[in-house]
Write a protein that binds this ligand. Structure first.
Ligand code: NAD
Length: 477
């Protein structure tokens, strides 16, 4: 018996969880569940995280968590519990299979069978945001080498294990040369270790367009957090319904399984929600805990139900479907078909339903880091950048002002009058002669700035790593 944690969630959560657990019980899954309360009730009782310590203890104790969707109240300083859980538990890989079930579920993409593997812990979802001036706010995009290596290796191991032919990388490294550039670079390095798997790289905008238009050209897609979030909802929706897709959030120590859709409050309590997303997530959970026999049985019974045209409202289509059913009746139809094999949808078997285990990540030796300068960010409401440059040049103390940008565009030296400027200026100081900036130069520069009444709002050090610049140029530099 495997003990798992279960949360029934909000909105349609309780209905789809009840249906899923009934099916698992009828299939004789060797699981015992412990229920926790998370989400809206906790948020509304004043807990801004949506989860309490008792619930954390159970999740960490059991290590396997089946979770229904929860409602995140808008505004009010509430943090998304989903994001908190994925990051706190180190669930770095979010696996989202998006498959069409043509001709049983109406879709424009009958051949679609894409696995989206989304990085789950970093990127803009680090949630580090600041208002820096009256006019400018900032969100930090953090991409780490360990984060890229872990998710990209996971994608290749997944492809190898499940006999997938191709892994595609989605990035925007023509613009974000350091962050997305690192993701792409690591993709190339790891791809070289898997010569039998075909690879390609897509700029996210055209990649997303092709995914929406011709998804059959993709097999496994690996991408960072925000891009993965957006493209997996699109991909799930175009298979026929967002209600069909389940997902696994996997880490080295714990795993969490959930539908990819949300709590759909507008259809809650009406017995109309499709429980397939959560059920398919539960099948991924059964594989994860080594109960392939049950996973296979549940998946095949689900396929039989879909093939026989027994459909919930979201996928019901006149002429394609045979019987419109509610959540409970759909679950009963699956239970009635346990032990049967589908005739057209490919049957699940031990070949396809296997457990993916990865060795734990070992950190590499750090590169040699040399300080070459500093970007000083200044809040300034003047109009003539030359005036700002003159007062900043007076601060030169062995590191010299080399560039000023506004929202990333170079405005000094040799800027254009046409460039629109806000109150947020990035002023770059670099060492021109010596090997590296002595440590005391930067605090000294900042105290001179304070004396000169310059409103410094933040600084970013400029480093070289093993002789390679670790900072981007200004746009137009
Ligand atoms: P949603 O996915 O809940 O619903 C969008 C629409 O999709 C629904 O109105 C419904 O028409 C349809 N739909 C979704 N699931 C369905 C199902 N199982 N069966 C039939 N139709 C289904 O998205 P939303 O309305 O943007 O979000 C509602 C709430 O869910 C928000 O509070 C959001 O924060 C939360 N949310 C939670 C999770 C999660 O817990 N993992 C994920 C996404 C959104």
């Amino acid at each position: 018996m495997q003990k798992i944690t279960v949360a029934k969630g909000d909105g349609i959560g309780p209905e789809i969880m009840e249906a899923t657990l009934r099916i698992l019980e009828a299939a004789n899954a060797r699981i015992e569940w412990e229920e926790i309360e998370i989400g809206q009730q906790l948020y509304l009782s004043g807990n801004t995280s949506g989860i309490d310590k008792k619930a954390w203890d159970k999740i960490i104790g059991n290590r396997v968590f089946l979770k229904a969707p929860i409602t995140t109240p808008q505004g009010g300083g509430y943090k998304s519990l989903n994001v908190t859980m994925r990051k706190t538990l180190g669930l770095y890989a979010n696996v989202r299979p998006c498959k069409s079930f043509h001709p049983f579920v109406a879709t424009k993409h009958p051949e679609m069978d894409v696995i989206i593997i989304r990085e789950n812990e970093e990127d803009l979802y680090a949630g580090i945001e600041h208002q820096q001036t009256a006019e400018v706010v900032q969100c930090l995009k953090l991409i780490s080498r360990p984060g890229c290596e872990k998710i990209i290796r996971y994608a290749f191991e997944y492809a190898k294990l499940y006999k997938r032919k191709k892994v595609s990388c989605f990035v925007k490294d023509n613009i974000m040369k350091l962050t997305d550039g690192l993701f792409h670079q690591v993709f190339k390095e790891i791809a070289a270790e898997y010569p039998d798997i075909e690879t390609d790289n897509w700029i996210i905008d055209i990649g997303a367009a092709r995914l929406a238009d011709t998804p059959e050209i993709f097999d496994v897609i690996v991408t960072s957090n925000l891009y993965g979030d957006v493209i997996s909802d699109i991909a799930a929706q175009i298979t026929g319904s967002v209600g069909l897709a389940g997902s696994a959030n996997v880490g080295e120590k714990c795993a969490m399984f959930e539908a990819i859709h949300g709590s759909a409050p507008t259809i809650a309590g009406q017995n109309v929600a499709n429980p397939s997303g959560l059920l398919r997530a539960a099948v991924m959970m059964l594989n994860h805990i080594g109960q392939q026999d049950i996973a296979e049985k549940v998946k095949n019974a689900w396929s039989c139900t879909i093939e026989e045209g027994i459909h919930t409202a979201d996928i019901y289509k006149e002429g394609v479907s045979k019987q419109l059913v509610g959540t409970k009746e759909f679950a009963q139809a699956i239970i009635d078909r346990l032990g049967r094999q589908p005739s057209i949808i490919p049957a699940a078997d031990y070949e396809t339903e296997v457990q993916l285990l990865l060795p734990s990540y070992t950190r590499k030796q750090p590169a040699k880091k040399v300080l070459k300068g500093v970007d000083v960010f200044v809040d300034w409401r003047g109009m003539k950048v030359k005036e700002l440059a003159t007062s900043l040049q007076k601060l030169n103390n062995g590191i010299e002002l080399t560039m000023i940008t506004n929202r990333g565009v170079k405005v000094w030296p040799d800027g254009f009058e046409e460039t629109f400027c806000t109150d947020h200026w990035r002023c770059r100081y670099e060492i021109l002669e010596e090997e590296q900036v002595p440590k005391n130069y930067i605090p000294d520069l900042l105290s001179r700035a304070i004396e000169a009444d310059i409103d410094v709002i933040k600084t970013e050090n400029l480093y070289e790593f093993d002789g390679v610049k670790g900072f981007s140029l200004g746009q137009g530099q």
